[in-house]
Write a protein that binds this ligand. Structure first.
Ligand SMILES: Nc1nc2c(ncn2[C@@H]2O[C@H](COP(=O)(O)OP(=O)(O)OP(=O)(O)O)[C@@H](O)[C@H]2O)c(=O)[nH]1
Ligand SMILES: [Mg+2]
Length: 321
């Protein structure tokens, strides 16, 4: 299949930011597609504030070899103009096809929708849950057009990976944490403040829940003048689904420099000692201490296990689909 783009945020509704997914079957194809949109040499893991096809300035993030996202401002006119430019460059815009036309063998409308959702579900945890929805909707009384509940919104993270932004002072181990969770060297690490100068974005699997993990440059005075880095950080902090503030025993409380209360506060490099500020978790990637607990805490905060274990029908589609 050739390059395709999809508006991941609701169509025709203004929001602060819109998200456009660009998905290709090969790295080369994605690079060619991005080049057509004026986005040159975006490496895997790179996050860049850039012109998006000349329509708007926004973030371009390459999460994996074949998957990138563009986040323009979310006004309807801007989003439509960007989609038009993408279509004009020869990339197919995929609208959600009518699931029952696509999956005539499905036993119900819900099952057809589940099969359609399976095709783009990102998290392994979504698979079993989607497959039982036909039965759940048959045996429970719930209107198909009922509004989405908080549980629905949580479970939808299994289909559209939530954005996790990790912030904190320089040299506390933020990039080492990403590498430990990903199981590979995605971000450069060194015992020198300011090692990470550009944001790094990677899709990583946290025990069955795939998230878009964003590793940010340390918050330093010196970085304060780098307006590009600040612009990216501001957007990520403003639009992330989970903000994690990190620090270590020497750094002081990382919350004091943030304008937004983080969802989780985590002490890193805990083998060097426990800080005196309040933390939700403390880990050492060096001694592999409590990293598994942190993974569970993040997953639990985004998709609580009570929601995962519930037998309630899950409304995993949006009204317009
Ligand atoms: N003792 C100890 N050292 C660690 C741990 N995690 C990372 N380090 C070391 O701490 C130093 C900084 O790690 P990084 O991961 O580069 O820190 P960072 O927060 O990304 O730093 P900047 O990108 O400069 O903001 C490196 O020398 C790491 O090897 C840990 O759990 N324990
Ligand atoms: Mg770093």
């Amino acid at each position: 299949m050739s390059a395709r783009a999809r508006l991941a945020t609701p169509q025709g509704r203004a929001a602060a930011l819109a998200v456009v997914d660009i998905v290709c079957d090969s790295a080369q194809e994605l690079e060619d597609s991005l080049t057509k949109l004026g986005i040159h040499r975006l490496e895997v893991g790179q996050v860049r504030l850039t012109s998006l096809a000349g329509v708007d300035k926004g973030l371009a993030i390459r999460w994996s070899p074949g998957f990138a996202q563009l986040t323009p401002h979310g006004g309807v006119a801007v989003t439509d103009a960007l989609l038009a430019a993408i279509r004009g460059s020869g990339i197919a815009i995929v609208d959600e096809v009518d699931p029952q036309t696509a999956y005539p063998e499905a036993r119900s409308e819900v099952e057809a929708r589940a099969l359609a959702a399976l095709a783009h579900a990102q998290s392994p945890l979504a698979v079993d849950l989607l497959l039982v929805q036909h039965d759940r909707w048959r045996t429970n009384v719930r209107e198909h057009d009922a509004d989405a509940t908080e549980s629905d919104r949580r479970l939808n993270y299994l289909l559209e990976p939530p954005l996790v932004a990790v912030v904190g002072p320089a040299n506390v181990g933020k990039s080492s944490l990403l590498n430990a969770l990903a199981g590979r060297e995605l971000a450069l690490t060194a015992d020198m403040p300011g090692t990470t100068r550009d944001h790094v974005g990677a899709a990583i699997d946290l025990g069955g829940l795939v998230v878009r993990w964003s590793d940010t440059p340390g918050l330093r005075e010196a970085a304060g003048v780098e307006s590009e880095a600040i612009g990216v950080a501001r957007r990520l902090i403003g639009s992330c689904d989970l903000l994690i503030a990190t620090g270590d025993i020497e750094s002081g409380d990382p919350r004091i420099v943030l304008d937004r209360e983080p969802d989780l506060t985590v002490a890193l490099r805990a083998d060097l000692g426990e800080p005196d500020w309040a933390t939700d978790a403390s880990v050492s990637v060096k001694t592999d201490d409590r990293v598994g607990d942190l993974v569970r805490l993040i997953r639990e905060t985004l998709v609580p296990s009570g929601v995962l274990a519930s037998n309630e029908p899950w409304k995993f589609w949006t009204q317009s689909q």
